[in-house]
Design a protein around this ligand. Structure first.
Ligand SMILES: N[C@@H](CCC(=O)N[C@@H](CS)C(=O)NCC(=O)O)C(=O)O
Length: 243
């Protein structure tokens, strides 16, 4: 039986608006895992977050990193198996940088930055698929949650200019580290590449700008890396050309 991937669904030429869902789906394709997709919003993980999967045994597993670790272990580490311990450490550290820091400024850019909210709202409507009046109620509740999360993290206690600068430093670090290599480690893409492409993609494929997006678009090595992943793993998607 194939596993079922629960995600939000494709928008903006991307497989998903969530970098966590995007990373996991890319991993599934890298590892050639047999899967089907569900965007059914009624089904929930105990964490309340997406992505989650229902595995071959009917067991629900949440969290992109935990799902990838489980699938890697089950099938002999087809994607990250060749990494040395030092490479694994670097891969993890950069993924944490993206998930625990860069992600929050990206979230600010979509949910709270006034220009971002204006642009993101139609996509959000499409993702949630709820009727107009329900959406009008849901949106401010979701925004309040994101504001609280950003404040709890601490990054949201800075003004927008500082937040953009903090995230721009992340993007520069990723770009300098990748340099002119095609992939993060060796001659084949790994989970690090699935993660990097997900974050860069979420920024450069969105059809509106902000200081973080403008900076990311300047780093051609990151944009090329994202396009390499899209060409290899998402031939069906007509991703907005960023060149
Ligand atoms: N650590 C989790 C994070 C997942 C996550 O934060 N998903 C967000 C979307 S980007 C979500 O489902 N948010 C809904 C909510 O917080 O209620 C993972 O790697 O899967």
């Amino acid at each position: 039986m194939a596993i079922t991937l629960f995600k939000f669904g494709p928008v903006m030429g991307l497989p998903d608006p969530s970098p966590f869902c995007f990373r996991l789906e890319t991993y599934l394709r890298m590892a050639k895992v047999d899967y089907t997709v569900s965007t059914d919003r009624r089904k929930k993980a105990p964490t309340g977050k997406r992505p989650f999967i229902v595995d071959e045994d009917g067991k629900l597993v949440a969290d992109s990193g935990l799902i990838i670790a489980q699938l890697e272990a089950k099938s002999g580490h087809p994607v990250d198996g060749k990494l040395t311990l030092v490479e694994r450490a670097e891969s993890l550290a950069f993924q944490r940088l993206m998930d625990e820091h860069l992600y929050w400024v990206m979230a600010y850019g979509r949910w709270l930055d006034p220009d971002g909210v204006r642009h993101f709202t139609p996509y959000l409507k499409q993702i949630l698929g709820v009727p107009g009046p329900a959406f009008a109620l849901l949106k401010p509740i979701a925004q309040r949650t994101v504001r609280k999360q950003l404040s709890g993290h601490g990054i949201g206690r800075h003004n927008a200019a500082v937040m953009w600068e903090l995230a721009i430093a992340d993007v520069r670090a990723l770009s300098h580290w990748l340099g002119q290599r095609d992939w993060g480690f060796g001659d084949q893409p790994t989970v690090f590449d699935a993660s990097l492409a997900a974050y860069v993609g979420e920024l450069v494929a969105q059809p509106w700008g902000n200081p973080l997006v403008t900076e990311t678009r300047k780093h051609r090595n990151l944009v090329n890396h994202f396009e390499r992943i899209m060409t290899r793993y998402y031939p069906e998607l007509d991703t907005i050309k960023t060149a």
